[in-house]
Design a protein around this ligand. Structure first.
Ligand code: G3P
Length: 226
């Protein structure tokens, strides 16, 4: 499983990139608003993120008609070679995805909550498909069961030639809220987990690891005193 970070915060991205495991970034309008982002700075901000990461950076189109989405997506894709355009699932989004895939622009179809949505996104040429786990749990459903079904359904088919060249769509587990979510999507064999910074940090900690390090350092002191 590859790790993406789900944030628009440059410091978080830079720090996570320095750990050596970061394969991409996902942003959305809410994450950009959370860091106090302004429209005038948006393009530059996406370019800065793209320069920090050796991997795809999802930047979301906010248009609601296929023509607006396509126009916006072309502008986003022109910002850097590693931009993937994020588009919410829906009729307009699907139609735009097909146009963009035909042009070789990678699309991350987002806000996916069902198998049919995922299969139609793949059929439209999506490079990435993003089922949201936490938000499905929020309404009393089972986000992990849903992404397992989506992953199985997508794996039933050979997608070569459907999207960009022979690239198969990859599933991105999004709306991850806990270390347990990360563990479970890895056990399911999901391609990518996009994880908020605080949960990425938590993935690395364990009380027994802390205890073990403290004991090693304590014993090493004894060696130094001997
Ligand atoms: O990648 C999607 C993510 O940002 C949504 O997370 O926690 O707002 O459901 P959340």
């Amino acid at each position: 499983m590859k790790f993406f970070i789900d944030t628009a915060d440059l410091k978080e991205i830079e720090e996570a990139a320095s750990w050596g495991v970061l394969a991409g970034v996902t942003t959305n309008p809410s994450l950009y608003a959370r860091i106090g982002g302004k429209l005038a700075d948006f393009s530059t901000h996406i370019q800065r993120i793209c320069a920090l990461v050796d991997g795809p950076v999802s930047a979301e189109a906010v248009g609601t008609s296929r023509n607006d989405i396509v126009r916006e997506a072309r502008e986003l894709a022109a910002l850097a070679a590693n931009v993937a355009v994020k588009i919410p699932i829906g009729i307009e989004g699907l139609a735009a995805t097909r146009v963009l895939a035909n042009e070789g622009i990678p699309v991350n179809v987002t806000l996916v909550f069902s198998v049919p949505q995922a299969i139609m996104a793949a059929r439209a040429g999506a490079r990435y498909i993003s089922p949201f786990i936490g938000r499905f749990d929020d309404i009393g459903e089972d986000g992990l069961a849903q992404i397992a079904d989506i992953s199985d359904a997508v794996a039933n088919y050979d997608w070569r030639g459907v999207g960009i060249g022979d690239e198969e769509p990859e599933i991105i587990a999004a709306s991850i809220r806990s270390v347990q979510h990360v563990a479970q999507v890895a056990l399911l064999g999901i391609d990518i987990a996009t994880v908020p910074f605080n949960i990425l940090e938590k993935c690395l900690t364990h009380p027994l690891t802390d205890q073990g390090i403290a004991a090693f350092l304590n014993d090493w002191e004894k060696v130094l005193q001997a």
